[in-house]
Design a protein around this ligand. Structure first.
Ligand code: CUA
Length: 333
């Protein structure tokens, strides 16, 4: 919440300070060299101006020291920018294991958020202060971009794949959420609010939910409605692989190669099942493209993940025990 005029948005996440400090450094270097170059231009223009009609310049054959100096200094400065920027970039791309997991689907023109505990929101996201939140995101149509200026985070949201962003809010408040990728007529209306709450308020908000059951349990219902269990049997007798304990494992593929069983692999296997078939199985699974929405796929993915008992990222390793109680228990099938 920031109604006063400011050059920079509020600093409200773990990244805000880091990103701003890097930006200040870039600005300082740019301003310093801009001034240096312009002052030198004017100084040389006056100092070495032509003083008479037939004046000839001295021939200069180069200066090694000068050459080295003006190569090494910019190289050093740009390497500092590179290393500093890369370290922030890597940090932004590595969500901590104890992050709260959330799912976001972008579509023309709204943000749909799903919480593990089952709450669903549109153009709003409630999260507790001081705890990392990880968003797994996809799009139902075109490219969008999840942008929270106060958090200094921006991540593209692409159709056909999952992207991840994370942040740890440091300040209770209400912050703008924007779409930062032109996505059609009402792109500018694809906006929302991030509500950063005190942990106890967040707990109260969670428990005031719609009571539709957790994300995983909705996924389980979908799993049953789509009759996935007819082939994916838990006793390894099905025509498809047993999904219990599969999340995070390395899968041998028929035709050679391996793949890590992660969210993206589950999604691909639901929508394009013959792309990467597990070794020992036939490519007989039909596609569920068009039968399940992206939100439904996320529910199925979360259900399959819940079949692998903790510890798994996002659950179990949390620093707030009260929150972990909300985690869905692995369902037995
Ligand atoms: Cu979605 Cu712009």
């Amino acid at each position: 919440m920031n109604s006063r005029f400011g050059i920079f948005p509020e600093q409200a996440s773990n990244f805000s300070g880091e990103v701003d400090h890097l930006l200040y450094f870039l600005l300082a270097v740019s301003v310093f060299f801009t001034l240096l170059i312009f002052i030198a231009i004017f100084y040389f223009a006056i100092r070495y101006r032509r003083r008479s009609e037939n004046e000839l310049p001295h021939i200069v054959h180069g200066g090694m020291a000068l050459e080295i100096l003006w190569s090494v200094i910019p190289f050093g400065l740009t390497m500092v920018m590179f290393a500093w920027g890369a370290s922030i970039f890597f940090n932004m791309n590595r969500p901590p294991d104890d992050a709260i997991e959330l799912y976001a689907v972008g579509k023309q023109w709204m943000w749909k958020i799903q919480h593990m505990e089952g709450q669903r929101e549109i153009n709003e996201l409630h999260i507790p202060v001081g705890r990392a939140a990880k968003l797994t995101m996809t799009s139902e149509d075109v490219i969008h971009s999840f942008f929270v200026p106060a958090f200094r985070t921006k991540a593209d949201v692409l159709p056909g794949r999952y992207t991840v962003t994370w942040f740890k809010p440091t300040k209770v408040g209400k912050y703008h959420l924007y779409c930062a990728e032109y996505c059609g007529t009402k792109h500018s209306g694809m906006i929302g609010w991030i509500h950063v709450m005190e942990p106890q308020d967040y707990q109260a908000w969670l428990s005031g939910g719609p009571g539709e059951g957790s994300l995983a349990s909705r996924g389980e219902k979908l799993f049953q409605d789509l009759a996935c269990g007819n082939c994916h049997k838990a006793d390894n007798t099905g025509r498809g692989p047993n999904l219990v304990g599969i999340f995070g494992r390395t899968i041998e593929l028929s035709g050679g190669g391996t793949i890590k069983a992660d969210e993206a692999y589950f999604r691909e296997s639901i929508l394009n099942p013959t792309a990467k078939v597990a070794a020992g199985y036939q490519p007989i699974m039909p596609t569920f493209q068009g039968l399940v929405t992206e939100e439904g796929v996320l529910q199925l993915v979360e259900y399959i993940k819940s079949l692998t008992p903790a510890p798994r990222p996002g659950i179990g390793a949390g620093t707030t025990p009260a929150l972990n109680k909300q985690a869905p228990k692995p369902e037995k099938r």
